[in-house]
Write a protein that binds this ligand. Sequence first.
Ligand code: BG6
Length: 288
Amino acid sequence: MAWSKDEKKVVLEKGECSCEVHLYGATVTSFKVKGKEILFVSSKAKTDGSKAIRGGVPVVFPQFGKVAGSELPQHGFARNSTWSWIGVSKENDEEISAQFGLSAANIPEALGKLWPHTAIFNLVLTVSVYKSGKLDIAMQVKNIGKAGEFPITPLLHTYLRCSKSSDLSISGFSSCQYLDKLLHESVGVLTDANSTAKIASEVDRVYIRVGNDIAVKNTGVMDTVTVSKNGFSDVVLWNPWIEKSKSMADFDDEEYHQMVCVEPGTVIDPIVIKPDQSWTGTQTIAVT
Ligand code: BG6
């Protein structure tokens, strides 16, 4: 059997690759290649539905961060909702794909009423594991209404596992423009003059309209883990480092050494979805 499901999660397997997806948040919490875990999940993560899962690939929707004028919590409601299991959508010798759905009925009432478009959206997450050592996560957002459009700033909040974050060498951001969320807004857009990005202190950057491949080297797990995007324009790079780690109840004080978040999303210029229209963004994680 190449897949299995219980009340909480679904496991997909293809060859020597596997992944695990929690129905809570449709959060991919594990991607293993030849027994090696590629994703990071905190030892203190809650997986009982009381809080978004701290690690794996939380789905950020309908908004990234906090948005002025919106009462929605940081990163929206998708990561705090229990998604519907749609089923296995494809299986052949190379891959297996499964789909998860989110619409009004899945969202906790208190959260759903904070977004005026809850009744007219539909989100399908397709998770595919390839025996070649690849994981695809595609989010397809539809406007199922007959009138009214809505803006979204979706993102896949990918936590990659590493042995020592300060050893990482991350390419794909050289010469890119970025916003540094740790600096005051008035600082504005900066340009990354480095050939590779390093993690040597707290990092919280939104790289704007970057190329499609971000290569993370020296993870200590695999030689290179590449996060590729299609349909998303921006990438957030995040590591909480020492003080921020201490402030997070669901993250161990020392775990900032073991992770980096590389998060494909469209967060600078919102995507507007008109009636009967849809949008798809895909992330691929591949290892070499
Ligand atoms: C990142 C943001 O995407 O997510 C950071 O850029 C934020 O500012 C981080 O701290 C984690 O957010 P949360 O809500 O999961 O604690």
